[in-house]
Design a protein around this ligand. Structure first.
Ligand code: SAM
Length: 326
């Protein structure tokens, strides 16, 4: 039974766990100057992660996504995945990665229990990919996606942030990719954060505009399945792949929120765009603290706001998504 329920009737089965703030990419809209070390860089240890996930799983949480920063920069990434995936109650472990180490490690990570993987690909043009991310890695990342297929991941999705006058003219190329390829692409609407306000003003495209463009090309919205995530899924009879739109600015986006976030320093964030987190780290030191950890999380859930305030350009205390785990 899931006892992670907030006052707005939402229950939380899904933890997005950042395991590092460090990212080796310099995505224009996230970390354009690269990762800057601030303060102590002591990220959660695998023991602390095991205590956190074990405690939350006993409350009914069953899915964990390892994210960052770039989660795979951690040398103990596979060990963390293995510990999380063997935690009683955890049924699905996913990760979101820029894919720079995927080609060589897909099999290892699959064996460590990761069954779903999201790989970020913001351009299918090698030069533009390099301009957006700071790395000439498109082919390496595409090889990683092929390796993930060969390794037998159950779900492979591509994350793409469509950006006006940067990559939005590539929409047809992304669609062509999935004409014969059974792949899911998630177009994520650019979100405003504390550090990308000018970039957001110049390059934001609304989720509605992306949907309108798809509908004009014959794509249709699929009916929402029970328990589905925030993406609105589109299909087209001439294409094998599917499109998902993640439109955080759309009406009622937060009504289906089923996720909690813990950052790489052990702070519980009730919302990606909330004002600060609540440290749990002191409760992750010993298995004997489990009840106190659980009571603390349940108590904090009462404070979860019904919705974010992005529409009012209030992005909370999150400077960029790398600091909290996108
Ligand atoms: N490093 C990993 C990666 O590149 O996928 C995981 C972390 S990254 C923060 C997770 C996702 O968030 C990526 O798909 C990235 O494109 C997306 N993202 C980062 N900042 C964003 C923003 N301001 N708006 C929308 N998506 C963003």
């Amino acid at each position: 039974m899931n006892t992670l329920i907030d006052p707005h009737g939402r229950s939380f089965s899904y933890l997005r766990l950042s395991i590092t703030d460090v990212c080796n990419y310099r995505c224009q809209y996230c970390l354009p100057d690269g990762y800057q070390k601030t303060g102590a860089q002591e990220f959660l240890t695998s023991d602390e992660i095991a205590n956190l996930v074990g405690g939350m799983a006993e409350l009914g949480l069953w899915k964990v996504r390892l994210t960052g920063g770039e989660p795979t920069v951690r040398k103990d990434f596979a060990e963390i995945a293995a510990r999380v995936s063997t935690t009683p109650g955890i049924r699905r472990v996913a990760t979101t990665t820029n894919g720079y180490r995927l080609a060589e490690n897909a099999r290892l990570w699959r064996e460590a229990g990761i069954s779903a993987i999201n790989v970020s690909v913001d351009s299918l043009d090698p030069q533009r990919f390099a301009e957006i991310t700071g790395h000439d890695h498109l082919h390496k990342v595409l090889d990683g996606i092929s390796a993930a297929r060969a390794a037998g991941f159950e779900a492979i999705k591509v994350n793409t942030v469509l950006l006006r006058d940067v990559n939005d003219h590539e929409l047809p190329a992304f669609l062509e990719w999935i004409r014969h390829d059974d792949l899911s692409i998630r177009f994520i609407e650019l979100m405003e954060t504390g550090s990308n306000k000018d970039y957001f003003a110049r390059h934001h495209i609304s989720g509605q505009e992306i949907k309108d463009r798809l509908i004009a090309m014959g794509w249709t919205l699929r009916e929402r399945e029970a328990g589905a995530g925030p993406a609105q899924e589109f299909q087209h009879p001439d294409y094998r792949g599917r499109i998902g739109i993640i439109a955080p600015y759309s009406k009622d986006f937060c009504d289906t929120c089923n996720r909690l976030r813990v950052n790489a320093h052990g702070k519980l964030h009730l919302c990606l765009f909330g004002n600060g987190g609540h440290s749990l780290r002191h409760l992750l030191q010993d298995r004997g603290q489990r009840l106190e950890l659980q009571n603390t999380i349940a108590g904090l859930l009462v404070q979860k706001a019904p919705t974010h305030l992005l529409h009012f350009h209030q992005s909370g205390s999150t400077p960029h998504l790398a600091s909290l785990g996108g």
